[in-house]
Design a protein around this ligand. Structure first.
Ligand code: FAS
Ligand code: PHB
Length: 390
């Protein structure tokens, strides 16, 4: 088999890249190790930046989003028992966030690709990438019992943090920068109407908590837990009890309901530099991981593939290689801005086990400053809604 761009991974990065390439008239094939059902059911991100939403609409994938999504113009910070609203749209000239589950983004993009005749090999096994330093890299895999060899001009590694593509870059050709945080997030999806109109980020002595949502009927909530915590230690009752304590504030109550899904996500910051090697280009979680406190992972993946698709179009249309050559540098500028913002939000809101009173006073002082200074609130707001793309 042969295609122009072989894409490993059918998550948001791989699907959006294939969709954008199609709009540029560039053929691609996606190779995904999981089933379509598994990929579309994975509960993950929920907050879309303004630029991500704009791209979905501009490229014809925003129909369901326009109906089902919730547009939010602010978030709440809760500390010392009081909430403080950050009026983000007011501070950023009207930019907003949109609440729309990652599963729906993946479903909409999968539908769009298949409707346009896109080729996605789900349930691919033994996926391997080779020849990335040659002009004809290959992706080999097993599908329906057959071994398939896919010859490409370009391989896009969109296979997430645990994928195989990053490791095909020779160790001498890549530098890893990372931070492990001394906590994880326990996330739940609950069949209960949200108890808030906008997201509440809570700083508490017992640890961070977040009240997010998915729809007027479904709530999404998170708790900071120990880094190696096991779900078996967290029966539903204990989860709700802890959320009640950490989210409590005057004149407000948290509604509880059946928990539909729960998971624990470790917290890390991770960057692979550079994000390209020969004919291999990494995008999304294959190249970088951010702590979800800034709601950035999915949005950063979309920006990567927007840059890559634009660079590939310039190369195929006119032989201009400059954008491809600067792909990694272009993406890393935003990656490090988003890494810093995600680290800053995480450092300000979480309980660090070895923090002394001095450190806790610094956190509270930072929070007080952010909610009382227009300049500080604007800095949080413009990063949270997403800085405009270059
Ligand atoms: P993805 O991991 O989504 O997709 C990679 C795809 O590649 C997967 O479908 C995988 O099956 C496939 N793959 C892997 N290895 C392969 C191989 N060898 N061959 C073929 N295919 C292979 N971000 C937020 O903004 N907010 C959140 O609340 C949030 N919560 C998260 C919770 C969890 C548990 C996790 C793991 C991540 C969370 N994230 C969150 C980050 C997440 O949304 C990612 O940023 C986003 O999925 C990135 O998309 P992709 O880069 O496409 O990677
Ligand atoms: C979510 O709704 O899943 C969500 C919202 C904000 C975050 C992380 C996750 O910072």
């Amino acid at each position: 088999m042969r295609t122009k761009v072989g894409i490993v991974g059918a998550g948001p990065a791989g699907l959006m890249l294939s969709h954008l390439l199609h709009l540029h008239g560039i053929d691609s094939v996606i190779v995904e190790k999981r089933s379509r059902e598994y990929v579309e059911k994975r509960v993950r991100a929920g907050v879309l930046e303004q630029s991500t939403v704009d791209l979905l609409h501009q490229t014809g994938c925003g129909q369901r989003l326009a109906v089902d999504a919730l547009v939010h113009q602010g978030i709440e910070l809760l500390f010392d028992g009081h909430t403080h609203r950050i009026p983000m749209s007011e501070l950023t000239g009207g930019r907003a966030i949109t609440i729309y589950g990652q599963q729906k983004v993946v479903h909409d993009l999968t539908e769009a690709r298949l409707a346009a005749g896109g080729q996605i090999y789900f349930d691919a096994a033994d996926v391997a990438v080779s020849g990335i330093e040659s002009a004809t890299p290959r992706i080999t895999f097993t599908h329906d019992g057959r071994t398939v060899e896919l010859a490409c001009d370009i391989v896009a590694g969109c296979d997430g943090f645990h994928g195989v593509c990053r490791e095909t870059i020779p160790p001498a050709g890549r530098r890893i920068h990372e931070r492990e945080y001394p906590f994880a997030w326990l996330g739940i999806l609950a069949d209960v109407a949200p108890s808030t109109d906008e997201l509440i980020y809570a700083h508490h002595d017992r640890g961070f908590a977040l009240h997010s949502l998915r729809s007027p009927e479904i709530s999404r909530l998170y708790l900071q837990v120990e880094p190696q915590e096991q779900l078996t230690n967290w029966p539903d009752e204990r989860i709700w009890d802890e959320l009640q304590i950490r989210l409590a504030h005057d004149g407000w109550s948290l509604k509880q309901g059946p928990i539909l899904e729960k998971s624990i996500t470790p917290m890390r910051s991770f960057v692979c530099e550079p994000m390209q090697h020969g004919r291999l280009f990494l995008a999304g979680d294959a190249a970088h991981i951010v702590p979800p406190t800034g709601a950035k992972g999915l949005n950063l993946a979309i920006h990567d593939v927007y840059v890559l698709a634009t660079a590939l179009a310039a190369w195929y249309d006119g032989g201009d290689e400059t954008l491809l050559a600067s792909y990694s540098a272009t993406c890393l500028r935003r990656v490090w801005r988003v890494q810093h913002f995600s680290w800053w939000m995480t450092s300000m809101l979480h309980r660090f086990p070895d923090d002394d009173v001095f450190a806790q006073r610094l956190q509270l002082s930072q929070l007080e400053y952010v909610v009382s200074s227009s300049a500080a609130a604007t800095s949080l707001a413009e990063n949270y809604v997403g800085l405009p793309w270059d």
